[in-house]
Every structure is written in structure tokens, then in C-alpha cells.
Design a protein around this ligand. Structure first.
Ligand SMILES: C[S@@+](CC[C@H](N)C(=O)[O-])C[C@H]1O[C@@H](n2cnc3c(N)ncnc32)[C@H](O)[C@@H]1O
Length: 355
């Protein structure tokens, strides 16, 4: 299906003949000095040359900058971000010009008209891993088919919350005519509802990539008739009343200026109050409001506040029917060291009804 929605993607950089280049064997130090002065460097010969330059950049910054406290880590990361994004790759006819480069289908899909431009090395790395996820797809334990996340779209990497929702759907006894999902992402929760025989889901997302990705993924299949999409904030254009409203919102309060993918992770002060006010207008008298959340913000000491508990205590709109919790599997031994708090992480499924 054709859509005129513009997706988020890395901004192409115009090709410039005068760029300094780096190839295997070039002395690294002067190149890093040039990056520090804000000069861009083109990787010309092998893709691997870029990887090794970025490795050298890491080594250099490790020697220069302490990297222990939270602030020091932030400074290290922002310096790496700044310098590594001056390392560029040339793209001609939707392909990287360097030898032994990965082939990345997004270059054609996202830049169909643009045949000659530059992107930064980290942007290419992001596009490359997103392409692997998209092409190979991800198996989700509670879904029959794999999902294929579109570039720049949130997708689940752990599944406990999906299992909670699946169990809840199995026992759900109400009508299954319509549901609304806010923030559909790659579609997993809506696909679950359809699998459990909901006839129609009206869904939104504020991220254009999520909407375009699902339009493409569903194509002209039966799913496309069952899930209607709208690019918009919260309920978007959906005004109807339904028997089920579902929202897996961002789980952390925002702490800094946000780029678009972070809308999946960070919420601002007004998101929850606005959501509950709008949900009140749309939930049928006997309807259920289901929210997925986690104690992540609390156990990492980001905030003691829990936006759903706050609503229940002060909102005077909804009451608690049940809250199901499930602990999240301990992280793998490779990542466990920095993530000791994960052992106490729980996902939550909140079921609210009208007062
Ligand atoms: C945690 S992700 C959940 C995605 C998907 N429902 C799932 O469970 O995998 C939150 C989603 O909500 C979307 N979102 C964030 N703020 C929103 C808003 N104000 N209105 C609509 N969608 C929003 C994000 O873009 C993201 O896709």
C-alpha cells in the first residue's frame, strides 16, 4: 500500500570531493587530531578500515578521559558520539562504496530517489543491525508468525509482559468487537488481540516509522482489515468507545531532550494524565483498561512515582480490578555485572475498570 507518511531516517550528507580520507596503513593519530578539529574523514577502501578507526578512537578516548562515574561515562560517550559521527561512508546507487561492506536494504528503501550521498559510520552501523532484525525477523513466543521490525521502531527483546497479556486474554470473558491500542510499535499486542479473536483493533503511534512499517508488513492481508492505523498522539483520530483499551507506554520518566525512538522509552509529565482523561471518554461502561508497566524506574531509583498507582489514588476515574506481576529473567552472565538490579525487575499488567 502506498503511503505519503514521511519516516524518520538519518539525514543524508551531500558528497564533497575535498574530504580527507582514511585507508588501511594511514597513520591514525593525525586522523584523530583532524576529527577533534571537527574535520570529516571519508572511509574509502575497505569497510573494515572504518571499524578499526572507530576502535582506535575508543582506545584514544579511554586514555584521555576517565570513564568511571556516571558523569564521566556521559562525557566519554558524548565525545565518542561527536567524533565517530565525523567518520563518513559514501553511498552510490543504494550501495556502500567501500569493499567488503554489508549490504543494507534500507539504503534503497529509505532513500529511493537519492543515488549519491554520505552517511556517518555509526548511522550505517545502526542501519545495518536494523536491516538484520528486519530481514531475519524475530520469533515471539506468544505469536504464530515472526515480526519484522521496521527501521527506527521499538520492538520487544524480552517477552514476560507478552506472556502476562496472553494469559489475561485467555481468561477474558467480555465482548471482543473492538479494541484500541495506543502506541502499537511493531504490532505485537494488537496481533495478540487478533489471535484471541478480537474483530477490530484501532491503533495509533506517534512514530511514523511504526505506522509505515505496519502498513508494509500487513500489506493486503486479512490483518490489514482487522487493524486500522493512525499516526497520532495518544488516541489520534479514534473517538469511538470500546470494550478494551491497551497501552504499553514508555516506562521511564524523561531526563533529557529526546530523539524520536526515545518516545518508546521515556514519558513526559503530561503523557499519563492526558492518557487517562482521554481513555475515560472512550471506555465503555463495562470495558477494561489494560496497561503494561514495570518497576524499572523504581528499582533503578529514577523516581519513586508510579504513574498508574498515582492515577488510581488521585484520578477518581478508574478502579483496580487486578494487577498481575511477573519477574524478568536474570540477564545473561555477560551483561549481569552492570545490571544487578535486573534480578528484582518485574513487569506488571494492570487491569482497570470504570468507577
Ligand atoms: C514501549 S513501546 C510499546 C510498543 C508495542 N505496543 C509493544 O508492546 O511492543 C511504546 C510505544 O508507544 C509509542 N508512543 C509513545 N508516546 C506516544 C503517544 N503520545 N501517542 C502514541 N504513541 C506513543 C512509541 O512510539 C512506542 O511505539
Amino acid at each position: 500500500m502506498i503511503t505519503d507518511i514521511e519516516v524518520n531516517k538519518p539525514e543524508p550528507i551531500a558528497f564533497d570531493k575535498k574530504l580527507k580520507s582514511f585507508t588501511h596503513g594511514t597513520e591514525v593519530r593525525p586522523i584523530i587530531e583532524a576529527l577533534k578539529k571537527g574535520e570529516s574523514i571519508l572511509i574509502k577502501d575497505f569497510y573494515n578500515d572504518g571499524l578499526s578507526l572507530l576502535e582506535d578512537l575508543h582506545k584514544y578516548l579511554k586514555l584521555k578521559l576517565p570513564n568511571k562515574s556516571f558523569q564521566e561515562q556521559q562525557k566519554y560517550r558524548s565525545e565518542y558520539y561527536k567524533l565517530s559521527n565525523l567518520v563518513l561512508l559514501e553511498i552510490v546507487d543504494h550501495k556502500l562504496c567501500t569493499k567488503k561492506s554489508p549490504s543494507i536494504g534500507w539504503l534503497e528503501k529509505l532513500y529511493p530517489e537519492n543515488k549519491h550521498f554520505l552517511l556517518t559510520f555509526p548511522q550505517i552501523q545502526g542501519l545495518n543491525s536494523a536491516w538484520q532484525w528486519y530481514q531475519n525477523g524475530i520469533s515471539i513466543p506468544v505469536l504464530r508468525n515472526k515480526i519484522h521490525p521496521y527501521y527506527g521502531t521499538y520492538f520487544p527483546t524480552r517477552f514476560e509482559h507478552l506472556v502476562l497479556f496472553d494469559n489475561w486474554l485467555k481468561h477474558y470473558k467480555g465482548l471482543k468487537k473492538t479494541a484500541i491500542e495506543i502506541g502499537i510499535g511493531c504490532g505485537v499486542l494488537s496481533f495478540q488481540m487478533i489471535q484471541h479473536n478480537f474483530q477490530k483493533v484501532y491503533a495509533t503511534d506517534i512514530n511514523p516509522n511504526a505506522i509505515v512499517g505496519l502498513i508494509e508488513f500487513m500489506g493486503t492481508t486479512k490483518l490489514a482489515r482487522k487493524i486500522e492505523l493512525n499516526l497520532g498522539h495518544l488516541f489520534g483520530k479514534w473517538e469511538m468507545q470500546t470494550e478494551l483499551i491497551v497501552f504499553n507506554p514508555p516506562w521511564l520518566p524523561e531526563t533529557h531532550n529526546l530523539s524520536s525512538i526515545d518516545d518508546a522509552i521515556y514519558y513526559n509529565k503530561t503523557l499519563f494524565p492526558d492518557f487517562f482523561a482521554e481513555a475515560k471518554k472512550r471506555l465503555l461502561p463495562e470495558g477494561k483498561l489494560v496497561l503494561i508497566f514495570s518497576n524499572l524506574a523504581q528499582i533503578t531509583n529514577v523516581t519513586p512515582e508510579h504513574p498508574i498507582e498515582k492515577e488510581l489514588a488521585e484520578g477518581n476515574r478508574f478502579q483496580l480490578e487486578r494487577c498481575f506481576k511477573k519477574s524478568v529473567k536474570a540477564a545473561s552472565s555477560k551483561t549481569k555485572r552492570d545490571q544487578h538490579w535486573r534480578s528484582s525487575e518485574e513487569v506488571e499488567l494492570w487491569v482497570l475498570t470504570n468507577i
